[in-house]
Design a protein around this ligand. Structure first.
Ligand SMILES: [Zn+2]
Length: 285
């Protein structure tokens, strides 16, 4: 069946993930080079230090996934692995490949990466569980804490599912203090003397289906931003803040910045999220 629009493309990716989840059985987290999901899909997993990114999918025969063992954050390792697995699922699906080549030609890389993030999130925490949490507690980033106790080492996935499940227009980001992968000292491309001081940056970003703009990875959070204050004060803050776009464009909206375990999970609500009451009566998305 030909895929015509974003919605049917997203649905196809979720169906592919759901089918693998059903056939392999959980729990789902990266289990090393003999990971059962990789085994089931006939993918060879290698752990090797890489200069540019934390993971890579190679569509060879057999297909390969490379994971950089330097990643010491289990949340990021899990997310990276299932992101690469989704690259494989998409590469194997003729309809998705055709859609990307024909309809997403000018934004191929961006659309593909976004779909791989959606797939990775669905592996680690199904959208249905996040929808249920939003329905119960409202669209509050603090809900990440309760979900984290059930779906461990999956916080980036929870954040991305928040965006995917949002009935309103929003951008969700995960901000981390440190250096992006390619700027770290263990990196073979790292030149001594070029060390930058750690800073707060966007590690992951996702937008809701009804909002067309996202802010991209590795954007530096300005020192006077609400997210920086939440990080410095180690607490959650709500207020007006500008969405951290790569272009530097300013767009002020309501921001819900939740500090949790050393990172800031923030939602930029372009339109108002519905209340739990509205969600209870009209939960149709
Ligand atoms: Zn990718």
């Amino acid at each position: 069946m030909q895929l015509q629009n974003d919605k049917s493309v997203r649905r196809r990716v979720l169906d592919l993930v759901e089918s693998v989840r059903k056939n392999v059985g959980g729990p789902f987290y990266y289990r090393g080079v003999r990971d059962p999901v990789a085994d089931y899909l006939g993918i060879k997993v290698m752990e090797k230090q890489m200069p540019l990114d934390e993971g890579q999918y190679i569509p060879s025969s057999p297909p390969q996934i490379v994971i950089d063992p330097v990643i010491n954050d289990p949340d990021r390792r899990n997310f990276t692995f299932f992101h690469e697995v989704t690259h494989h699922l998409i590469a194997q699906d003729d309809d998705l490949t055709e859609f990307l080549n024909e309809h997403a030609y000018y934004h191929y890389e961006k659309v593909l990466e976004r779909l791989c993030n959606i797939g990775a999130a669905e592996f680690l925490i199904p959208a249905a569980d996040v929808r249920a949490a939003i329905e119960r507690e409202g669209f509050e980033m603090s809900a990440i804490e309760a979900l984290d106790h059930v779906f461990q080492a999956s916080k980036p996935a929870i954040a991305i599912q928040f965006a995917t499940c949002a009935p309103h227009q929003c951008v969700v980001v995960v901000c981390e203090h440190g250096l992006p992968h390619r700027e770290r000292e263990q990196n073979p491309l790292f030149q001594p003397g070029n060390a930058r001081q750690p800073y707060l940056f966007v590690q992951y970003a996702a937008c809701s289906p009804s909002f067309a703009y996202s802010c991209g990875r590795f954007v530096v959070i300005p020192s006077n931003h609400l997210i920086e204050s939440a990080y410095q004060e180690r607490r959650s803050l709500k207020g007006r803040a500008s969405i951290p776009f790569v272009s530097g464009k300013e767009w002020w909206v309501d921001c819900d910045a939740h500090f949790y375990q050393g990172k800031v999970y923030a939602a930029f609500n372009v339109t108002s999220p519905p209340s739990t009451l509205q969600l209870g009566f009209n939960f149709t998305w």
